[in-house]
Design a protein around this ligand. Structure first.
Ligand code: SF4
Length: 100
């Protein structure tokens, strides 16, 4: 999946609101289990520097998922794109989830 938008810019895999991890796993609560906040990155954001890094859409991220979602096909997400946002201070969740 090349269209993996993510609002968690402090995650080590996030470049310009895109996920650049080769693979992620979404659990049955729709949490992205790869979310890895980086304190340095979080601080840099206040200086606004990372906003100007162009988005990298070249990563074809494999999305394994165990949520009961209409896009879940045998443990893999078959949506053309997903959006991940924060659920709270420490969790990231898939907003594209549609209950099966
Ligand atoms: S859209 Fe559905 S199947 Fe795809 S990652 Fe999100 S919850 Fe899982």
């Amino acid at each position: 999946m090349k269209d993996l938008k993510c609002g968690l810019k402090e995650c080590i895999y996030n470049k310009g609101y895109s996920c650049c991890s080769k693979s992620i796993r979404v659990n049955d609560r729709t949490d992205c289990t790869n979310y890895t906040p980086n304190e340095t990155k979080r601080r840099v954001q206040f200086e606004a520097a990372s906003d100007f890094i162009p988005a990298n859409y070249s990563v074809d991220t494999a999305v394994a998922c165990s949520a009961d979602c209409i896009y879940n096909e045998s443990g893999k997400c078959n949506a053309t794109g997903i959006t991940v946002m924060s659920r709270n201070a420490s969790e990231a969740c898939c907003l594209t989830f549609v209950k099966n």
